[in-house]
Design a protein around this ligand. Structure first.
Ligand code: B12
Length: 352
């Protein structure tokens, strides 16, 4: 990270609570109707969202990736529609954020941060509707629709029978993973964001998909082994583990030996496992943008350890798909958009 970006990020982080309160105070001053429209809870939620916006801004600035903050703006804008918060309300919130940072940060910090906010404001000027279902782009669209519809009706045993039938019918596991499981999970995320699905439904579907993936476990080991080893982990605090699990399974399917440690992995024990297992590749997954800094820290720690010399590091997950240059900014050796690309990339990195 550049010294300037680090300093500007630190200044925002240090004042986060105060800055958020100032931003919301200014917004309510400019839009007195908000209090009546949204009541006390609305005020609390605005404060909470503003704190999140500052967090995303800090991550975006410290990684020098304006895309991270502007894509967050698109996401937030769509999410807020169901709560009757308009794009104009959000735009004003951003203007207040810019104004308050202008008043409270050192001039050089503000000048560094301000273009990130300008980019986000421009982003709010463009249309962003999540109208297209992820299932429409699936290469197994009919099966994916049937699968998700069963899960949404609470019929996980029907969904399991559907998948086992497809396996028996010869559908490749990779297609089931990427075109049915992954696309359904993305669709669940889209429906949740639009307010058309409850958190309980999302939890049910995610748990059911993990259960059904487990039923496919015995099918992963049919292929000849490559003698290469993968350790796979999510960074600390990260709870999204299905993507990484999918990556790991597809590595197994391609003959790698894998050691999957899943969500929320602390750095010390992870580094120990790399040595004990004799990893060739470390796969690090991160979904929440505000965890990307931890990915960078983890990679720096691994690189500092001479016993980890030669281990190649792959990263992936939501923010890496938003900014295709982000993997270089965290000093990884490579990145994969999805499980299939990840295996190809690891193959290239470990060619002997
Ligand atoms: C299921 C889910 C959850 C579950 C996760 C359960 C679990 N056991 O994993 C739970 C309930 C925990 C959860 C929590 C939250 N979630 Co959530 N979640 C999702 C959802 C619907 C699906 C995730 C998933 O399974 N994807 C399917 C996998 C297969 O896809 P993938 O992760 O992209 O993985 C592929 C590639 O990225 C790549 N890849 C992934 N990792 C790696 C690693 C390497 C090394 C490589 C090479 C490649 C690679 O390959 C994978 C396979 O092809 C997504 C929607 C979405 N679009 O993803 C939201 C989503 C990610 N969640 C979101 C949010 C906001 C949250 C919460 C903040 C909600 C809250 N208010 O609490 C929390 C944060 C929790 C935390 N601290 O981590 C937002 C994030 C938005 C943003 N702008 O950042 C999303 C996008 C939903 C949305 N549309 O708004 N969530």
């Amino acid at each position: 990270m550049s010294v300037d970006a680090a300093q500007a990020s630190r200044a925002i982080l240090d004042g986060e609570s105060f800055l958020a309160e100032e931003i919301v105070r200014l917004q309510y001053e400019r839009q007195p109707g908000l209090a009546e429209r949204f009541g006390r809870i609305g005020h609390e939620k605005t404060l909470e969202d503003t704190r999140y916006s500052l967090k995303y801004l800090v991550e975006s600035v410290s990684l020098q990736s304006p895309l991270l903050f502007s894509s967050y703006m698109t996401w937030l804008r769509v999410l807020l529609i169901q709560y009757k918060v308009s794009t104009e309300d959000l735009y004003i919130n951003m203007l207040c954020l810019q104004n308050v940072l202008g008043k409270h940060l050192e001039k050089r910090d503000y000048e560094l941060v301000s273009p990130y906010i300008d980019a986000a404001l421009r982003q709010l000027d463009t249309d962003a509707e999540l109208t297209d279902s992820h299932l429409d782009s699936s290469a197994a669209a009919d099966e994916a629709r049937a699968y998700l519809s069963m899960l949404l009706q609470g019929d996980r045993s029907g969904a399991s029978r559907l998948i086992m039938g497809l396996v028996d019918g010869g559908m490749p596991l990779q297609t089931i993973y990427l075109e049915i499981f992954q696309k359904s999970q993305y669709e669940i995320g889209r429906l949740w964001q639009l307010g058309r699905l409850t958190v309980a439904q999302e939890h049910y579907c995610s748990a059911a998909t993990q259960l059904i993936m487990s039923q496919l476990f015995p099918y992963l080991f049919h292929h000849s082994r490559k003698g290469k080893k993968l350790v796979a982990a999510c960074v600390g605090g990260e709870l999204h583990e299905i993507g990484l699990r999918m990556v790991t399974d597809i590595f197994e399917l391609n003959g790698w030996d894998t050691y999957y440690v899943g969500a929320n992995m602390p750095i010390g024990p992870l580094i120990r496992s790399l040595k004990e297992y004799g990893a060739d590749v470390l796969a690090i997954s991160c979904t929440m943008t505000y965890h990307v800094g931890l990915v960078k820290e983890l990679i720096a720690e691994v690189r500092r350890d001479p016993e980890c010399d030669g281990i190649r590091i792959l990263v992936g997950g939501f923010p890496f798909n938003i900014d295709p240059e982000l993997w270089e900014k965290v000093s990884a050796d490579g990145y994969g958009r999805d499980a299939e690309e990840s295996v190809l990339k690891a193959g290239e990195l470990t060619k002997r």
